[in-house]
Design a protein around this ligand. Sequence first.
Ligand code: IDP
Ligand code: MG
Length: 140
Amino acid sequence: MAIERTLSILKPDATRRNLTGHINAIFEDAGLAVLAQKRILLTRAQAESFYGVHRERGFFNDLVSYMISGPVVAQVLSGEDAVLKNRELMGATDPKKAAEGTIRAQYAESIEANSVHGSDSAENAATEISFFFAEIDIVA
Ligand code: IDP
Ligand code: MG
């Protein structure tokens, strides 16, 4: 096992319901540390760029509109196997399929408004972290 970093986003449905602390407690209880965090309102161009891999998907425009519908909290999480551990804590994309106790099973409103984003590989984590944070912002 290795100490990794991953990029997490608390999505607008989570910030709207004041769940930042609840979700961060789940990360911290599982041994993931929040090394950097900021609450921002993404522009449409920023959201389109972040989710660019999904540009051809039918849900892309709706997803972008949703992601700019309110503030998000972007954060760098760190810990052993952080990428996979965070994906396990998040649960499946569709909350109806998410395992009991996962963040999405507990909090997601829909397959789109599913409360959290998490990088899906260490390589993508590095790219996604640098989308939001400079190295000087990340304090271990
Ligand atoms: P992930 O967030 O679990 O990695 P992805 O397939 O990468 O899931 O999709 C990115 C985001 O796009 C999802 O978290 C969700 O907000 C949205 N999304 C994915 N599939 C659908 C869908 O079928 N309808 C509407 N939104 C979707
Ligand atoms: Mg994904």
